[in-house]
Design a protein around this ligand. Sequence first.
Ligand code: NAD
Length: 353
Amino acid sequence: MSKKKVAVVGYGGMGGWHVRNILASNVAELAGIWDISEQRRERAAEKELHVYTSLEDVLSDKSVDIITIATPNDHHMSIAIQAMEAGKNVICEKPVCMNSSELEKIIEASERTGKLFTVHQNRRWDCDYLMMKQVYASGELGEVFGVESRIQGSRGIPGDWRGHKEYGGGMILDWGVHLIDQMLRIVYDKKVEKLYCRCDHITNYEVDDGFKLDLYFEGDVTARIEVGTSHFVSMPRFYMTGTNGSAIINNWTENCRIVCCKNWDEKDVVPVVTAAGLTKTMAPRDEKTISESEIVRPTSDVHDFYRNVCKAVDGIEPQLVTHAQVMRVMKIMEAAFESDRLGQVIEIEDHLV
Ligand code: NAD
């Protein structure tokens, strides 16, 4: 398979990341970059990258197989549709676009032109997520009834376009899109029946600078997804609990710790003594009734995303991040905004994809 030529549109933080990864790739090579900012174009030229003179210049370059879009979110739809109509395959940064009606137009363009369109859900390669996915699928915890996924920072929402609605700012679209996508793949066998979301506006009134989203899956599984930008001590990255045990991942770098029950009946519970009295119900268990184990962080290479896209362009593999999966996440984000606006639980029609 020959290397695919990729042009990157939008050479900011994430565009730079794509450029570095494409330059190091064994499946793709860089055709060049385009950015509306002269300063960003000069920066690329200083690094001796090929700099296109306009979007049209990129689109008319017959050697380009794939366009990677890394602009702010409000430009994704227009660039994606123009690119596919010019015969290019498209990798689009997350969130795919601003809403589901924009996404319908993108999917229609992909089907009409026969060009591949996919979204850079790169956090499907995060080790913490992969460990949680493994624990759920293993059944080791018995019937899982709770999953929690949290990202908490302390610097507020970035002061760039992410702070403004018109560009697609806010934490649901920024981090929520990753955490929802991950959660739907962890609880891979259940549909979401309803959800409830509350947004934070601690440092920004225009967009959400954090949120708490509860997804109620069929079979009484509840997932809490929480993003915060005003937390000076963080809660664990992931927590999962079931009828037979619990699993925890404290941060981005640790292994997954699993504690399972090996003997439900415990005769000699030592009560916890508090100022207000004794409790046996909440007393910790000892090693006679529980067993502890760890999942070691798996090896993971995020460039497998590009490897898959290059093979999918040649029809050798199906694309990993599909239109239906991206639409499912978008519908959940829309329902989350609606729940926050109404202050109500929202019932949704979800499908396993
Ligand atoms: P950024 O502000 O650093 O960069 C955006 C760049 O796009 C800027 O250089 C800007 O001049 C340029 N631009 C704006 N409109 C353009 C247009 N019409 N045509 C060409 N260039 C244009 O933003 P960023 O942090 O790089 O985010 C870009 C995208 O990447 C967003 O969609 C964001 O959500 C996504 N992102 C994804 C991840 C991830 O982990 N997948 C991480 C960060 C950002």
